[in-house]
Design a protein around this ligand. Structure first.
Ligand code: FAD
Length: 481
C-alpha cells in the first residue's frame, strides 16, 4: 500500500489532502516571504492518529511539520517541500475542566481564547494572551512559548503548562507531568515548551487556570520623551509594584493610533505608558497611587485612569490597533521582535533612533516595556528601489543593538526560519552543538520540522522575505501587540 493510501485508510479519505490547489493553503504561515508546498497534509483526529502519521513518516524517513492555526511569525510552520504537514485543526476538544485543581485539559487545536471562554463564567481565565488569541492554538502557543501584554505578571505559556501528551518523531506516545506542579525528574516539559515543533507533536495539554481578579485599574501616562517614559518603567519595577501590563508607544505610533481609532492619548506626547493593575481592591488602589507618583516624578505631564470598562477598552484599542494604524502612514512595515534588559531600554531606544536616521527610514516603537520586549516597526515603501533591502538591514541592525545590550533575538515570535541564521550572534558554537544533540536525542533521523531554529548553510544563504500584513490582521480578527 502506498504512503498516501495507508494514511487515508487510517485517518479517513477526507482527512488526507494531496490535491495541489488545496495544498497551497498550507504553503506558509505568518512569515509569508517563505513558502514551500508540502506533498500532503494529514488531519489527525486523535493522539493515535498522530502516532500513525508519525510512525509512517519515520518508517519512510519523510519530514513532517506540525501546524496549528498558522499565525506564527517566524516561519515555524513553513512546510518542507515534499514533506507532510500534520494539521491539528480537527483536535479542538476541551477534554476536562477541573476547577478544584485549577486545571483544564485540552487538545492542541483549541484556540487560546476558547480556554478562557470555557471557564470565565466560573470566575477563571487562561492568562497567556497573545494578541492573536482568537485564533492561534494552544499547540502553537506551547511550541512558541507564546506571550502577551499580561505575561509581565502572569508569566508565559511555559508557566502555565503542567502536563503534556506528546508523540515523539518515531511515533512513541509519552506522558509528561500532569495536574501537579513540579514533577520528578528532569524538566522535560521545560525542554518541549518553546521548542518550536522540533521535538514532536503535542496532542493533549494540561493548563493552569487563574482566578479572575477582584479589581482591574488601567492608567495612561503621557511623557515628553521616550527617555522619561523608560525611566518610569524602571522605577515602577524597582519600587516592587507588579502591574499586569506595562506597554509603551512612541510619538509616531501615538499619532498613527490617534488617526486610526482616536483613543484620546495626550496631545503632543513623545511617549505614552499604558499600565494595568489587577488584584484585590486595596492593593490595586495603593499600587495605582504609587505608579501615579512615580510617573509624575519622572516627568509625566498628563495622567489619567480609565473611568469605565468602555474607556478601558478604548485605551487598549489604541494600543492594539497601533500596528495596523501604521498602514495609514506607510505602505509597508517590517516588524522586529527583540528583547533588552529593562534597565537598558532608554539607551537602546536612543540607538534605534540613530539607526533610523542613518538608514533614512522611520521606525515606530510600540512594545511590552515591562518585559523589555521591543517590536520596532521599520516603515518603508517596497515600490521604491532598494527600500526593502534597507528596511531589512535596519531591522537586523536593531536586533544587533538588542543583543549588544545583553538582550535576546526573540521575545515571543520565535526563531523559526526567520532568525535561524542569527542564532550564532547569541549562542556559541558549543551551545549550538548542545542544542543539536538535544534535538537529535528526540529526533535522530532529523525529520521533525527540519531547517528551523538551528542555522544550516542552506538557510543562511537565503534572504528573508519582506514583512506582509497577515490575513488575520487584514480582516480585523487579530492585531500584533
Ligand atoms: C496578528 C498576529 C499577532 C500576534 N501576536 C502575538 C503575541 O502577542 N504574542 C505572541 O507570542 N505571538 C503572537 N503572534 C504569533 C503567533 O500567533 C504565535 O506564535 C502562536 O503561538 C502561533 O500559534 P498557531 O496555532 O498559529 O501555530 P502555528 O503558526 O501553526 O505553528 C507555530 C509553531 O508551532 C508548531 N506547532 C503547532 N502545533 C503544534 C503541536 N500540537 N505540537 C508541536 N508543535 C506544534 C509548528 O510546527 C510551528 O513551529 C501573533 C501573530 C499574528 C499573525
Amino acid at each position: 500500500m502506498s504512503f498516501v493510501a495507508e494514511l487515508r485508510e487510517a485517518l479517513g479519505t477526507a482527512h488526507v489532502i494531496s490535491e495541489p490547489e488545496q495544498l497551497r493553503v498550507y504553503e506558509c504561515d505568518g512569515l509569508t516571504g517563505h513558502r514551500a508546498v508540502p506533498e500532503l497534509v494529514a488531519l489527525p483526529g486523535s493522539t493515535e492518529d498522530v502516532q500513525t502519521v508519525l510512525r509512517a513518516c519515520h518508517r519512510e524517513r519523510v519530514p513532517f511539520v506540525a501546524r496549528g492555526a498558522g499565525t506564527g511569525l517566524s516561519g515555524g510552520a513553513t512546510p518542507v517541500a515534499g514533506g507532510v504537514v500534520v494539521s491539528l485543526a480537527r483536535m479542538t476538544r476541551i477534554l476536562e475542566i477541573d476547577l478544584e485543581s485549577q486545571r483544564v485539559v485540552v487538545e492542541p487545536g483549541v484556540a487560546n481564547l476558547d480556554v478562557t471562554r470555557a471557564v470565565a463564567a466560573q470566575g477563571f481565565f487562561y492568562a497567556p494572551d497573545p494578541s492573536s488569541q482568537q485564533v492561534c492554538t494552544i499547540g502553537g502557543n506551547v511550541a512558541e512559548n507564546s506571550g502577551g501584554a499580561h505575561c509581565l505578571k502572569y508569566g508565559f505559556t511555559t508557566h502555565h503548562v503542567t502536563g503534556l501528551t506528546f508523540v515523539l518523531p518515531d511515533g512513541e506516545i509519552v506522558e509528561l507531568g500532569g495536574k501537579a506542579l513540579d514533577p520528578d525528574g528532569p524538566d522535560l516539559l521545560g525542554v518541549i515548551v518553546g521548542s518550536e515543533g522540533t521535538l514532536g507533536v503535542a496532542t493533549q495539554v494540561t493548563l493552569r487556570l487563574v482566578r479572575i481578579p477582584e479589581a482591574v485599574r488601567t492608567l495612561l501616562a503621557g511623557f515628553h520623551t521616550m527617555d522619561a517614559a523608560g525611566a518610569a518603567v524602571s522605577d515602577i519595577v524597582a519600587a516592587g509594584v507588579m502591574p499586569s501590563a506595562i506597554e509603551m508607544m512612541d510619538r509616531l505610533t501615538i499619532e498613527a493610533a490617534e488617526h486610526a481609532v482616536a483613543p484620546g492619548y495626550p496631545v503632543g506626547a513623545g511617549a505614552v505608558l499604558l499600565v494595568e493593575l489587577d488584584g484585590v481592591v486595596e492593593q490595586v488602589e495603593d499600587d495605582a497611587a504609587d505608579i501615579e507618583r512615580i510617573c509624575v516624578e519622572c516627568g509625566a505631564f498628563e495622567m489619567r485612569a480609565a473611568t469605565s470598562d468602555a474607556d478601558r477598552a478604548l485605551l487598549w484599542k489604541g494600543r492594539k490597533s497601533a500596528f495596523a494604524a501604521m498602514g495609514r502612514i506607510a505602505t509597508d512595515y517590517y516588524v522586529q521582535d527583540g528583547v533588552v534588559p529593562r534597565t537598558r531600554l532608554p539607551e537602546v531606544l536612543r540607538q534605534i533612533e540613530e539607526l533610523s536616521e542613518q538608514h533614512g527610514l522611520r521606525v515606530g516603537n510600540v512594545f511590552h516595556a515591562g518585559d523589555g520586549n521591543l517590536h520596532p516597526l521599520v516603515l518603508y515603501d517596497s515600490g521604491v528601489v532598494g527600500e526593502t533591502e534597507r528596511a531589512r538591514d535596519l531591522a537586523e541592525a536593531i536586533l544587533d543593538a538588542c543583543l549588544d545590550a545583553g538582550g535576546s533575538l526573540t521575545g515571543e515570535h520565535g526563531v523559526g526560519m526567520d532568525k535561524a541564521c542569527s542564532m550564532p550572534r547569541m549562542f556559541s558554537e558549543r551551545d549550538l552543538r548542545v542544542f543539536e544533540r538535544l534535538r537529535r536525542s528526540f529526533d535522530p533521523l532529523g525529520i521533525c520540522n527540519p531547517g528551523k531554529v538551528l542555522p544550516t548553510p542552506r538557510l543562511c544563504g537565503e534572504v528573508p522575505g519582506p514583512y506582509r500584513v497577515h490575513a488575520l490582521e487584514r480582516i480585523g480578527v487579530a492585531e500584533r501587540l
